[in-house]
Design a protein around this ligand. Sequence first.
Ligand SMILES: Cc1ncc(COP(=O)(O)O)c(C=O)c1O
Length: 379
Amino acid sequence: MPSLPSVSPIALFSAAAVNGPLGLGAVLQQALDTHWYVLGPQVQGFEEAFAAYVGVPHAVGVANGTDALELALRAAGVQRGDRVLTVANAGFYSSTALHAIGAVPVYVDVDEASLTLSPAALAQALAAPGPKPVAVVVTHLYGQLADMPALLPLCRAAGLVVIEDCAQAHGAEQAGRQAGAWGDLACFSFYPTKNLGALGDGGAVLTASPDRAERLRALRQYGWSHKYTVAVPGGGNSRLDALQAAVLHAKLPHLAAHNAARRATAARYNAAFAGLPLRCPPSVGADFVAHLYVLRTARREALRGFLQARGIATEVHYPLADHQQPAYPGACLAGGLPVTEAACATALTLPCYPGLPAADVERVVVAVQDFFAQEPPAC
Ligand SMILES: Cc1ncc(COP(=O)(O)O)c(C=O)c1O
């Protein structure tokens, strides 16, 4: 068999491509020279800058995005046994936070095009008889802002606390209003692959409420109102460290350019795949920051194998819906979840990150086009 020409592999994400050009070594050295490692002035400086960037008065740095969700729920007053609406196609993060509190996730289906919380399904869930939910977690999935103008009035009419999960949507906006500036509380992750990523774990909760901000500052540090005085129940240790805050602060001015680079790759893919029998992300506008480029095809496994043979990494976000996870049988569903379940069976993520070379984007394009140019196997 003739040997294939060797080609360099294309990764799903490259930390070197994202962080390499930013001179982060000097930033770390500067932070080290302060000898302040946990919370402190670096964290406060980043919190203020990030709050101003999103357009929300208060930001509270925490240890990661999952803690951000748990602490936001606690700051909102969600308690054991409370029902909270959320989606089931977003990687189980909101479910993890809800289970940590002992609250009950109630899963609502997502919109066919955006794969974010469906306003129609939400309206149906709210009209159903039975115990009423107290809050909703809205996830801006893959970088796509959920339909907040349609969702918010429904949530307000039902008296729900609205918590945005912005872990995949730093900088996404609609009509000048960013992800994180719509709900009552907003949660961010700064995991290294996120649009704004640290060099380790990190997270934040944003809110316009000074009372909730104060509660969050207590909750992230054992429930302390003052040192060694536990005034707020349900606290823990979830502090952002100074080195991560310094890196995040230095990377924040580059976020818009990084998002534009991601969006340009997504736009190229969408244009190239327009005539193919697959489903592309619906928007490449300001409401989409292309955290992940996820297409949908019934031939996912075959396409994955084909791309792998050409050295192209792919991933599935996410193969198993929250209500299908084996650790939590008997999940509560607000109705059927046909869109969620179909998305889990067909979603495939292609490489998309700032610094992805244009030649690699074209290699991905050609590979996907070649795959669909083949005859599908007879059933
Ligand atoms: C939508 C969403 N929410 C929450 C999280 C949790 O963030 P972390 O990994 O920082 O705990 C993630 C991270 O992967 C995420 O993608």
